[in-house]
Structures are given as C-alpha cells and as structure tokens.
Design a protein. Structure first.
Length: 233
C-alpha cells in the first residue's frame, strides 16, 4: 500500500497541550495503528481522510499528494477517494438499508429513493448478505448488520483506501470474531488497502500485517506483526 504519512498537529486547551507527531510508510495492504485510547490514532485517521488539517507535513497515497503544507495542497475529503468507517457506523436513521448504501453514489445531500434501483447497490446487498433487510431502517438491524451496511456504503464508491476506526468495539465477543473473519475475507477478495485503528490485540493479530504503535501522539514502532502477548491480569 503506497501510503506515506508525516504530519504534525498541536492541540491547545486550558487544561492540556497535545501534539500529534507521526510518521510512517505503509508497506502492506493491511496496516494497524495500535495503541491506548487518547494516543492519537483517530486523529491520524482523520488527517488521512481530510477531516483534520495538520499544521505541517505531508500525506501521499499512490504517489499523489493528499496534503502538503509546503506546497499548499490539502485535498477535500471527497477528492481523496478514501472510505472512512466510523466507530458508530454513522448510518442515516431515516433511510433504509438500500438508501444508506445508495447514498455513497449520490453527489450532495439528496436522499436516494426508498426503492433505489442500481446494479452496484444490488451487488453489495448480495455480497454482504443484506438483501433480506434491504427495506429495514438502522434501528431494526443487529450490530453486525449495521457494520455491513456501513461497509457497503463505504465500498460502493470504489475508494482507493479503506479507513476503519475501532470497527469491532461495539460488538459482543462472538460477533467480533465473526466480523473479523468476514472483513478479512472481504478485504482479501477486493484487495483494497486498509488502515485499521484499535487498542485490541486480537484485531492486531487478525489484520496487522504491518503494525504502527502510537502512544502520546507519536509513533513508537512500525514493523511487521510478530505477535502480542495478551494481558490477563
């Protein structure tokens, strides 16, 4: 995955000063940002997606500059062609499954029709086994179904990179294991580059072909995954 990040951003409040200073280059199709809550993982993901403006530095994808402070480049999120799966999935509660997926094809904020007919929507309904709940709204879905709808909405736009923010944290243990397998199989089949952030060693074991350890806003280590011992205390 030709993704390179080298950015700095300082946050200042009356109570705290926090500096994000991360630099890494992805060398695999699966990269995990691993570290405790508050380490700066989500901020890094937001910067890659274009939702956060760094103070300085560069972000490149496939050799294209997404952000370059020296050259005045800061592409808008839509221009980056990056899919971002939020931790809470961010589904539209007033839209059914078919509409939520179809929203990824829309320009602007016009809601798709309730019975939107589009071959790519149908493809993802079938690919992620959502056809039976296509007319349901998010409140009627299980946690796993919500995640699959969010994935379908993200992938229907054919992004160059998939970003996932703690994608399994809201699921129970059994469903987490199943969704890890499903996501792993899907990513392998599509061969789409993926950056996932987590504080769970099991996620690292499943997806960490390359692991970037982040703590207190800085990269502590970037290396291929060789295994982490679980803390059982």
């Amino acid at each position: 995955m030709p993704l390179a990040v080298d950015i700095r951003k300082t946050f200042q409040s009356a109570e705290r000063r926090f500096t994000l200073d991360v630099a890494f280059s992805a060398t695999t199709q699966r990269l995990v940002l691993f570290g405790p809550s508050g380490a700066g993982k989500s901020l890094t993901l937001q910067a890659i997606a274009g939702l956060l403006h760094p103070d300085e530095g560069t972000i490149t994808l496939h050799g294209d500059a997404l952000f370059d402070s020296a050259r005045g480049i800061d592409l808008k999120p839509q221009a980056r062609k990056i899919a971002y799966l939020f931790q809470d999935y961010a589904l539209f509660p007033h839209l059914n499954v078919r509409q939520n997926i179809g929203f990824g094809l829309q320009k602007g904020w016009l809601n798709p029709r309730a019975r939107i007919a589009h071959p790519r929507v149908d493809y993802w309904l079938d690919a992620l086994e959502l056809r039976s709940v296509a007319g349901n709204h998010p409140a009627q879905l299980s946690g796993g179904q919500k995640q699959r709808v969010a994935l379908a909405r993200a992938l229907i736009a054919e992004p160059r990179l998939l970003l996932l923010d703690e994608p399994f944290s809201a699921l129970d243990s059994a469903l987490r294991q199943r969704m890890r397998r499903e996501l792993s199989d899907l990513q392998t089949r599509l061969d789409i580059p993926m950056v996932l952030i987590t504080h769970d060693p099991d996620d690292v074991a499943a997806f960490g072909d390359q692991v970037v350890q982040v703590n207190e806003g800085t990269v502590r280590e970037s290396q291929p995954f060789t295994g982490y011992a679980r803390n059982t205390t």
